[in-house]
Design a protein. Structure first.
Length: 490
């Protein structure tokens, strides 16, 4: 996976020193790559027993390693985070469970973390918090290893629980994973410092309220997603939801698959008139919008800057144009970014009308994200959106996402190239950035640059500003010139 050099930066902006340290660190990491057997054993890192890779002063690399030994711990931590691709800045990004690249990346991160722990005792102590900071539990075997290890360490030393390091949790609770809710509850009791909770759960999930009660009060991001579509979704009352929000005052983003039911006692709503911590809300069911609009006063979400109307793994698109308009009228004044879902075969008229409503009701809007669900190649943007009769001059950033419906990565990447070459500047005349809302392998993506070049020429595309193309991590994939668009050679 391509990594950004800007992920590592030393104090005082000493870029040359940091670059030298990073180069040195990467050479060291190449010497500690695990064997094939270790690489296949994915999961959270375990405590090393007696196997370390010592650094010998008589080695031919002695001068280089002496230099490494003199680095301050703070810089080592930056290097470790860079190597393991661990960044707190991405912890709010919702996982794309359907994309095999997401699973591969988390597996590769586990291997790197384990390698860091096995170098020497100094590295083990430095890297331990990072190694357990973000963990994905896709199956019961991995979760059980973690629980057993945490229990053993706690018995040996009451202050040695590794659960205290866990800040970002991604867990799969489905029949084939073998992870029961009882084990999830046990895990949450071991993680008092948890900030992010992502869960991909079975559609027959029982009452979620006990789960809510176990999530620590400092929680910042909550994303629960159902596997498949369940028309008989569990319903939670608005009172229970507001109780949860009140007991988690730092919650910044929320996404739930449950139905919301109006509260029969309006006085309870009157006691809570504003939830200023919420920055992003993803609506997975239309009842959520209807309930919030009908029960909460206008301005109850004063700092809401992002709204997402849909769910990437759902087989349906839950939010109607009417629902979206209701929400934007009540709570859309502060929105900067809106994500819409468009299914293959669905009329583009809905998308066009929704964009018009956003342009009228969201005065601070700067970014539009569109998720195309089930689109079969080749992708083509309808001319009805780019006739020039309607424009959104406030939009400077466009996000594009395709559901992962093809086994062939090549087809998936080609869809993105066709979308990038579409005449978006006709709709967004001040567009300066196109974001692909998933991580891309730069070499794989650029191998298909010719598709973008062909799309820009037939017919000619025009833009008033240069347009940078990047993936969700900020890695630059290309740039389109202003005027008659061409793809800048790199």
């Amino acid at each position: 996976m391509h990594r950004k050099a800007s992920s590592v930066s030393g104090p005082g902006g000493e870029s040359s020193s940091v670059a030298r340290v990073k180069s040195t660190a990467l050479r060291v990491f190449r010497t500690i790559r695990p064997s094939r057997g270790e690489a296949a054993s994915f999961g959270p890192p375990t405590v090393p027993q007696t196997t370390y890779i010592p650094i010998k002063s008589g080695d031919s690399r002695a001068s280089e390693e002496d230099h490494i030994g003199k680095l301050p711990p703070e810089l080592w931590l930056k290097i470790f985070r860079f190597a393991a691709e661990v960044s707190e800045l991405t912890n709010s990004l919702q996982p794309d469970y359907a994309n095999p690249r997401y699973r591969f990346k988390t597996n590769a991160q586990d291997v790197t973390k384990r390698s860091l722990l096995l170098v020497c005792r100094q590295w083990y102590h430095l890297a331990t918090p990072i190694s357990y900071e973000a963990i994905r539990f896709p199956i019961m075997f991995i979760l059980q290893k973690f629980l057993d290890l945490s229990s053993a360490l706690s018995k040996a030393n009451s202050s040695a629980s590794i659960g205290r390091y866990l800040k970002h949790l991604d867990i799969t609770v489905r029949p084939h994973s073998g992870i029961p809710m009882a084990c999830v509850s046990e895990l949450l009791q071991e993680t008092p410092n948890l900030l992010t909770f992502f869960a991909n759960m079975d559609r027959n999930l029982t009452d979620p309220i006990p789960l809510f009660n176990l999530l620590p009060s400092r929680l910042t991001h909550l994303h629960i997603q159902e596997y498949g579509y369940n028309p008989e979704r569990w319903t939670i009352s608005l009172s229970d939801l507001l109780d949860f929000l009140n007991s988690h005052p730092n919650l910044s983003s929320i996404s739930l698959p449950f139905k919301f039911a109006p509260d029969s006692d309006p006085s309870r709503i009157a006691q809570n008139r504003s939830w200023s911590s919420i920055r992003k809300w993803t609506f997975q069911d239309s009842s959520q919008i209807v309930t919030l609009v009908s029960q909460l006063p206008s301005g109850a979400l004063p700092n809401l800057t992002e709204a997402e109307f849909g769910n990437g793994l759902a087989t349906h698109l839950p939010c109607s144009l009417h629902d979206i308009r209701l929400f934007l009228a009540a709570h859309g004044k502060s929105l900067v970014s809106v994500c819409l879902y468009q299914a293959d075969g669905e009329s583009m008229l809905k998308l066009s009308q929704t964009l018009r409503s956003i342009n009228r009701l969201c005065l601070h809007i700067a970014e539009i994200n569109v998720a195309f669900v089930g689109y079969f190649p080749p992708f083509e943007l309808p001319r009805s959106l780019t006739t020039g009769q309607f424009r959104m001059p406030r939009i400077v950033s466009l996000g594009i996402w395709f559901s992962y419906d093809f086994l062939d990565d090549r087809i998936h990447v080609q869809q993105y190239h066709r979308a990038v070459a579409s005449p978006w500047p006709e709709l967004f005349p001040n567009l300066t950035r196109i974001r692909l809302l998933e991580e891309q392998d730069v070499d794989v993506y650029r191998a298909h640059d010719q598709l973008t070049r062909q799309g820009l020429l037939n017919p000619f595309r025009r833009a008033t500003c240069p347009v940078v193309v990047e993936d969700i991590s900020g890695t630059v994939l290309g740039e389109l010139t202003r005027g008659i668009c061409t793809l800048v050679d790199r």
